[in-house]
Design a binder for this molecule. Sequence first.
Ligand code: ZN
Length: 462
Amino acid sequence: MKISILGAAGGEVTGSAYLVETDRARVLIDCGLFQGGKKADVLNVPPVAGNERLDAVLLTHAHLDHTGRLPLLTRTGYQGPIKATPATMELTALILRDSAKLQVSEAERANRKRKAGRPEVLPLYTPENVEVTIQQLAPVPYQQALEVAPGIRATWAEAGHMLGSASIQLEVQDKGKPKRVVFSGDLGPKGAPILRDFEPFHRADMVFLESTYGNRDHRPFEDTVKEFTGIVQEAVQNGGKIFVPTFAVGRAQLLTMLLAWMFRNKKVRPFPIFLDSPMAIEASKIYQHHPELFDDEMNAFLKQGAVGHDLRTLKLSITAEDSKKINDEPGPFLVLAGAGMCNGGRIMHHLRHNLARPETHVAIVGYQAGGTLGRMLVDGKKEVAMFGEKIQVKARVHTLGGFSAHAGQKDLLAWFETIAPSKPKVVLTHGEDEPRGALAKLIQSRFGLRSTSPKLQDVITL
Ligand code: ZN
């Protein structure tokens, strides 16, 4: 059998896609968008050509870097199933619809700036394309082997990374010989609240392991909660305003639950919280549909009292008008708004109005890529440019490292440890060169296993 690496390789972390081929079947694992500028745009083509056979697409989870090229695939002729857990199906629909809207508005903006005689810029895909993709999503349960293509059975297991996330094991009959291949997908940190911890597989001939944080561990979650609680307590006491740039799916729900926990345990008196993101509001509803995916601690918390009562000061800002009105509110309050890296979205106008005020707090809870406003704030820049004006940064910027949705080094090794005794071939993907190299060394020294780090378009035979 052959496995082609069609994304998230060669030091790249976006664009995840693997094509598994036997003499009888062809299956695609994930179909992610390449993200990050012009270089990424050229790579955003369908991973399999429209006239080629493809039996099924299997999704590990809903993040755009794992699902964002699906509309290209279905638009160019793929009509088969896209198999995913029910929560992944719902979140994929939400994320792809948002992505299409963004593609359309980016194309419109490019066309407004277009010089005469230049060809019209077309969006990568449209909302109509996405609706077709959504029709092809098909649900799968966790921990049940399903025939997904002739001679290929797939099992989804909890990955603890986002609601509905999974690692996928394939049992492949290739010319009569059974082989097992495991794709870790993105793995979450052990012990993080809300979601269950990952469930590793026990045996494999080949393992594809993500390596995003292969070189380090995160700050312990408890320490980060303490730090966040301290920031909130101080801001509330002083009537301050806290702005949290946040991704709509995952971090927004985690922080809302933490605030509920703080209120219930009287760490701080209830004060206004604005969930200022229609997408985060939708994602929160999807979370509420899936208590079966919560960990014991979360279920106990829900059983012990009504979260709706804890969060009675939570306000949902749906329209842009709602969002603007927050500016007139007196402190203390906390705003959760996108984009997570302050590179667009509603958080921008909040920061424009408040960065120059010393009573403002900005809590950074996620990864900030180089060149983004979020990164400049983390780096302690005293002046930033926004909307064509220079703004002094007098706000206090807090960087909270422990809220990551990705497993750190220790947890990646813990996941691998269960499968290591079966001596699989190890393929490291989804990591920049340094973390991937560090993880390769550790796997060699701890388990005596060599690993390979493929490049984009490499083909691995098993
Ligand atoms: Zn992910």
